[in-house]
Design a protein around this ligand. Structure first.
Ligand code: 5RP
Length: 299
């Protein structure tokens, strides 16, 4: 019990300073509960309002994807440079050091491998286990227009209900099936459905024409999906365009971990996303860091 002797009797209530009542910094998140906002603030940097998520969840349907054969060797050195890590619970528990302090976005759906119909996914992680792992958000893939559209939308809405109960945000991931057209009209539809049905943020692809209409018509933050490996300058340009056109950051996988110099690449992406560094300058930075890191390895 606190010592009751010699209690100070002068108190300063700062009558001249109005109580602070600041709006939460993320789009569409002002009315969320404290726990949900706190989790989102572990993913999005409150200074820039944006995030660099590193996606390494590919193994859940692809097995040991190139660049992810040894996550302990190839990915752990990148962890200090990401704002959040998107992955499966198997990799989190086996390979990610528990001292990792940034956001964890848990891939929460799965089922079919690349040998089957990909949209036939179900929820693959329970809320209790997610809380045990101290994750910051649950990622649920939604196949709008896909064969199992309703089932995947239902996966997401069930997760949203559980998340609202426990203060856990849901990331709606707009998946594009093999034959679907990737254009602004499709992504406006898919992202808006995710937000309308309760996702607190949405992951979607960048499109060359009209991406700003996708971000404008979605009432929650959008993070840009990386997609297939591109030359570094093109990947940096795509990230720059996405954030300039309203994305609240990126969730990139192959364009970082399949890069010739992943540590340099993720640092360049950080500059683009948080400081809006122009892609040509970020590419220069990438090349400089790549040479420096090569020299350190040789020395
Ligand atoms: C698909 C996913 C992925 O599994 C993964 O995150 C993709 O990353 P990238 O395309 O940047 O390699 O979420 O939607």
């Amino acid at each position: 019990m606190a010592d009751l002797d010699n209690l100070k009797d002068t108190k300063d209530y700062h009558f001249d300073i109005p109580a602070r009542n600041e709006a939460f910094f993320l789009k569409g998140a002002g009315a969320l509960d404290w726990g949900m906002q706190n989790r989102l603030a572990r993913i999005f940097n409150p200074r820039s309002g944006r995030t660099v998520m590193l996606a390494i969840d590919h193994g859940y349907f692809l097995g040991p994807t190139s660049g992810l054969e040894r996550i302990d060797v190839n990915i752990v050195p990148l962890l200090p440079y990401c704002d959040a890590l998107m992955l499966t619970r198997g990799i989190l528990r086996t390979t990610v050091p528990p001292a990792f302090k940034h956001g964890v976005v848990m891939r929460a759906t799965g089922g079919p491998s690349i040998r089957k119909e990909l949209s036939n996914e179900l929820l693959a992680v329970g809320m209790e286990d997610a809380l045990r792992m101290n994750v910051s958000a649950m990622a649920v893939q939604v196949y709008i227009g896909g064969e199992y559209e309703t089932q995947t939308v239902n996966n997401m809405t069930r997760m949203v209900d559980m998340g609202n109960r426990y203060g856990m945000p849901t990331l709606g991931v707009t998946a594009v099936g093999k034959d679907m057209v990737r254009d602004a009209q499709y992504f406006r539809l898919a992202t808006r459905i995710c937000a309308e049905l309760g996702a607190q943020f949405v992951k979607t692809y960048h499109v060359a024409e009209g991406f700003e209409t996708v971000t404008a018509s979605c009432p929650v933050p959008i993070v840009m999906a990386g997609g297939k490996k591109l030359p570094a300058i093109d990947a940096l340009t795509m990230a720059y365009r996405a954030v300039s056109e309203g994305a609240a950051g990126v969730d990139m996988g192959r364009n970082i971990f399949q890069s010739e110099a992943p540590v340099a690449m993720i640092q360049a992406v950080q500059k683009v996303v948080h400081e809006l560094m122009k892609p040509e300058h970020a590419f220069e930075l990438y090349r400089t860091l790549k040479e420096e890191q090569k020299a350190t390895v040789v020395a």
